[in-house]
Ligand binder design. Structure first.
Ligand code: ASP
Length: 344
């Protein structure tokens, strides 16, 4: 079987409801790009310092990011869609306990894992998102199912779980998501909360980073962006951050850019960060780099918002700004590959 026949099949396999999934879109003949294809990923931003990292952990993060880039590049290079690449890459990162998404998601105050995910298609501006799901193995597949098989954009809690199950998304016992590392983070923050006699303390530094995201540009010129997270350690009251909110944590528009964010979600919601990058390009005439840096290093940072984003435009230009010590990040195009963790 020729390679290009494999990708429609792959796209079908990674969606929950296989038989109804659309085949990849036709390429647009007039398109001329700087890069034939591009993929940028993140694994969260935060207080990520070399002095706190072991050689083994650094190697594990680097290897997993390279594996994700290999997987996504394989799809894009052989003519697969940006949607197929983004979903496959995020699923791979969700399955790794290294990241705060899927297996390895952080714990709520009640000791449960509540996950959020979203995806957006830059060609149609269709989008799908789920919030507060507890038993979907790969929340990004539930977000994809919402986008492809419902009239809605955002489903939460039990309803989202019910819908995902109907769409044949794989469910697991909630204990699947537990890792000792994230459990210990919850215990540490609870101890801190008790000593500081402060209510509603959510972890902003050590254990918050780990949200995953991917943005891809395929050979047909279509951009897809996706984000998946367990949110913030010790969150309560069914708090939901920016990651599943279209325009805050995720945005894609073929005419401007695709964006996936990570950081202190409340600020990304208030500053509509992902959409702001696109709007600054569309309405303000800015390029990708200055549009994305302005919000991360400018208004949001001055307001106290910490985090970063990954973005790419229709020419395959890449931007990965962050205002924290580090951000797990990397990208690949038809002529370049970069994987980084710390500040430059
Ligand atoms: N933005 C996510 C949230 O606020 C967390 C993160 O990216 O680390 O839920």
């Amino acid at each position: 079987m020729k390679a290009h026949y494999l990708f429609p099949i792959l796209a079908i396999l990674i969606s929950c409801n296989s038989p109804l999934s659309p085949i990849p879109r036709e390429s647009e003949p007039t398109k001329s790009t700087q890069s034939e294809y591009a993929l940028v990923i993140h694994g969260g931003a935060g207080t990520i310092l070399k002095k706190n990292m072991t050689a083994e952990l650094e190697q594990a993060y680097t290897a997993k990011m390279n594996e994700a880039l290999d997987l996504g590049e394989g799809i894009l290079n052989q003519g697969g869609t940006s949607q197929a690449a983004v979903v496959a890459v995020i699923q791979l990162l969700e399955n790794s306990p290294l990241f705060n998404a899927g297996k390895g998601a952080v714990f709520t105050n009640q000791g449960t894992n509540e996950m959020d995910a979203s995806i957006m298609d830059g060609k149609t501006l269709n989008a799908g998102a789920v919030g507060g799901v507890t038993n979907i193995k790969n929340p990004i597949t539930a977000a994809l199912a919402v986008m492809e098989h419902s009239d809605h954009v955002f489903m939460v809690g039990k309803g989202a779980e019910e819908f995902a199950k109907l769409q044949s998304c794989q469910t697991v016992d909630p204990s699947y998501f537990r890792t000792d590392r994230r459990w210990n983070s919850l215990q540490r923050i609870k101890e801190k909360e008790a000593t500081e006699a402060k209510k509603n303390l959510t972890e902003l530094s050590e254990s918050k980073h780990g949200t995953v995201g991917a943005v891809a540009l395929d050979k047909a010129g279509n951009i897809t962006a996706g984000t998946s997270t367990g949110g913030m350690t010790n969150k309560r009251y069914n708090r939901v951050g920016d990651s599943p909110i279209i325009g805050a944590g995720t945005y894609a528009d073929n005419e401007t850019c695709g964006v996936s964010c990570t950081g202190h979600g409340e600020y990304f919601i208030r500053y509509a960060v992902a959409y702001d990058v696109s709007a600054a390009m569309r309405h303000g005439g800015k390029d990708l780099i200055s549009a994305s840096q302005d919000v991360i290093h400018g208004r949001m940072k001055h307001a106290g918002g910490t985090g970063g984003l990954i973005a790419l435009d229709k020419k395959g230009n890449i931007s990965m700004p962050f205002n924290t010590a580090g951000m797990y990040r990397g990208y690949v195009t038809d002529n370049e590959r970069v994987v980084k963790i710390y500040g430059d």
